[in-house]
Design a protein around this ligand. Structure first.
Ligand SMILES: [Zn+2]
Length: 453
C-alpha cells in the first residue's frame, strides 16, 4: 500500500498519550496513520516536506446545515425567529429542487474542507427521496468524511411542538440503500426535531429508530426563551433515554443539573457560538458544560448568517467564555486572572477530538493516533500572520485562518495541496451554485431586497 511521510513538522496529535512534538513525522499508509514520532524511516514512502507546517488532525464540525451554502449570507441581520420563519414552515427551504441540494451539499463540504474540516455532521432538511439522493451524492462527490444526519421537511406539519408526523419509511430506505456499511466516509445519523419541536411520543420513537439503525441522533435543544423551562434533558433522563448517541445542538439554557445528567449518562453538546450570540439562542453553553463535566463539541451551524470555518468558531468559543468569567471578576472589583479561565488547547480539543466523540467517530478520527484514519491538515507557518511560531496551539486557535491551511488529507487522500483544493472544477461549481440560488429566489421572491449577485 502507498505510504506518505509528512516530514519534519510541528505536530499536534491531540492524543493525550502521544502528546505534541516540536519536530516529528507522520507516516500514512493507505487511508490510515501508521506512525507519529521524530525521524521515522520509511523506505519507498512519498516524502512531503512539513518543515514549515503545523500538522494536526482535521477539524470536526459537529453541526452544520450544509445545503444553506447556496443561500449564504442572506441573514447577516437575521434573528433566530426571522431565520426559522424564513427558512422553515414552507418558506425558502422548501423551494429547493433536488439538484439544488446536490450543489448545496457539495459546495458546503468543499468550503469546509478548504478550511481544514475533514469531518462534518450535515444536519439535513429533507424534502423528498430525490432530494436525499442528491444531498448524499453532493457529500460523496466532495470526498469528505461526513455524517449524513437524515432530517425531515421544513413544513409546519413537521415543525411544531405537537407534531406526530414521522418519516420512518424514508429513513429506513435510505439506511438500507446507502449505509449498510460503516466502513465508508459517509455514515448515517438522524436529525430529529426533538421534544421542543415535536411531540414527546415522536421524539421517543425517533430516538428509538436512530438506536435501531445505530445512528447518532442529533436534535436542537435547550435554547431561546423556552429552552430553560422545557427541561428536555431531565425528561429524557427520566424516560431512560439519555445516552452517548444523543447530540444536542446549542443547549444554552439548560440547567447545571441537566448538564450533570449528561456527564453521567452520556450525550454530547454542540456549541455553535457565533450564530448563538448573533441570532439570540442564548449565551454559549461552553462554561456551563465544562463546569459540570461535559466537554462540548463545536459547529458552524448556518452559513446564512456567518462564515463556514472552524477557526472563527474556536475564537468565538474562547473569547465568549473568557469574557463571561472576566466580567464576573470585574464586577467584583477584581482584575481577571492570571491564569485566564479555559485554555486554547481545550478549545482545539473541542474542534477535533471532542467533535469526533460527539459524532461517535473517535475510533476513526479526531487525533493523530496510529491506527486511526489519516484525516490531517497542515497549516503554513511561512505566512505573515503565523511566524515566528512561539506557541503552536495559540497560533492555530488565535491566529490562523482558512488561507493558512496548506494541505488537507481525508482518509489518507490529499484533498487540498499548496493552498488549493484538488480536482475541483470551480467554474462548474460556481455555475451550479448560482443556478440553485437563482431558482430558489425566483420561486420565493427576494426576501430583503438582497443584491443576489
Ligand atoms: Zn442547527
Amino acid at each position: 500500500m502507498a505510504k506518505t511521510l509528512l516530514q519534519g513538522g510541528i505536530v499536534l496529535t491531540m492524543d493525550e498519550k502521544i502528546g505534541d512534538f516540536k519536530k516529528a513525522d507522520v507516516l500514512i499508509e493507505g487511508d490510515k496513520i501508521l506512525d507519529v514520532k521524530p525521524n521515522i524511516e520509511a523506505d519507498g514512502a512519498e516524502v512531503v516536506d512539513a518543515t514549515d507546517m503545523i500538522v494536526l488532525p482535521g477539524f470536526v464540525d459537529s453541526h452544520r446545515h450544509a445545503w444553506e451554502s447556496v443561500i449564504r449570507n442572506v441573514g447577516a441581520d437575521w434573528s433566530l425567529q426571522k431565520y426559522l420563519g424564513s427558512i422553515y414552515y414552507g418558506n425558502i427551504g422548501s423551494r429547493r429542487r433536488p439538484e439544488d441540494d446536490y450543489i448545496g451539499n457539495l459546495l458546503g463540504a468543499l468550503e469546509a474542507m478548504e478550511s481544514g474540516v475533514t469531518t462534518m455532521l450535515d444536519w439535513s432538511m429533507i424534502i423528498s427521496r430525490d432530494h436525499t439522493e442528491q444531498m448524499i451524492k453532493g457529500l460523496q462527490d466532495s470526498g469528505m468524511r461526513a455524517v449524513f444526519a437524515h432530517g425531515c421537511p421544513g413544513d409546519g406539519d413537521y415543525w411544531n411542538g405537537e407534531s406526530v408526523v414521522e418519516n420512518e419509511a424514508d429513513v429506513r430506505a435510505t439506511a438500507e440503500k446507502h449505509f449498510s456499511s460503516k466502513d465508508q466516509l459517509l455514515t448515517m445519523g438522524l436529525a430529529i426535531r426533538g421534544p421542543e419541536f415535536s411531540s414527546w411520543e415522536t421524539s421517543e420513537a425517533e430516538i428509538r429508530l436512530a438506536r435501531d439503525l445505530d445512528a447518532v441522533c442529533s436534535m436542537h435543544l435547550g435554547f431561546g426563551t423556552w429552552g430553560g423551562a422545557a427541561r428536555s434533558i431531565e425528561k429524557l433522563n427520566k424516560a431512560g433515554l439519555l445516552g452517548p448517541d444523543l447530540n444536542f445542538a446549542h443547549a444554552n439554557a439548560v440547567s447545571a443539573e441537566e448538564m450533570r445528567m449528561l456527564a453521567e449518562k452520556g450525550g454530547s453538546i454542540s456549541v455553535t457560538p457565533e450564530i448563538e450570540m448573533m441570532m439570540g439562542h442564548g449565551y454559549p453553553a461552553t462554561g456551563l458544560a465544562m463546569e459540570n463535566g461535559v466537554k462540548p463539541a463545536l459547529g458552524v451551524d448556518v452559513v446564512t448568517s456567518t462564515g463556514g470555518d472552524m477557526f472563527a468558531q474556536m475564537k468565538f468559543t474562547l473569547q465568549a467564555e473568557r469574557s463571561r468569567v472576566n466580567e464576573k471578576q470585574l464586577a467584583q472589583g477584581e482584575m481577571p486572572g492570571p491564569p485566564l479561565h479555559i485554555s486554547a488547547r481545550q478549545i482545539l480539543e473541542m474542534a477535533t477530538i471532542e467533535g469526533a466523540k460527539a459524532l461517535r467517530l473517535d475510533h476513526k478520527t479526531g487525533s493523530l493516533t496510529p491506527g486511526k484514519q489519516a484525516d490531517i491538515q497542515m497549516i503554513r507557518t511561512t505566512d505573515f500572520n503565523m511566524f515566528p511560531v512561539n506557541d503552536p496551539i495559540g497560533a492555530v486557535v488565535q491566529c490562523a485562518h482558512t488561507g493558512n491551511v496548506d494541505t488537507v488529507y481525508v482518509a489518507g487522500k490529499a484533498v487540498k495541496q499548496g493552498g488549493e483544493l484538488i480536482n475541483v472544477d470551480r467554474t462548474r461549481i460556481r455555475r451550479l451554485a448560482d443556478e440553485a440560488r437563482n431558482s430558489i429566489f425566483e420561486q420565493y421572491g427576494n426576501p430583503d431586497e438582497l443584491w443576489l449577485l
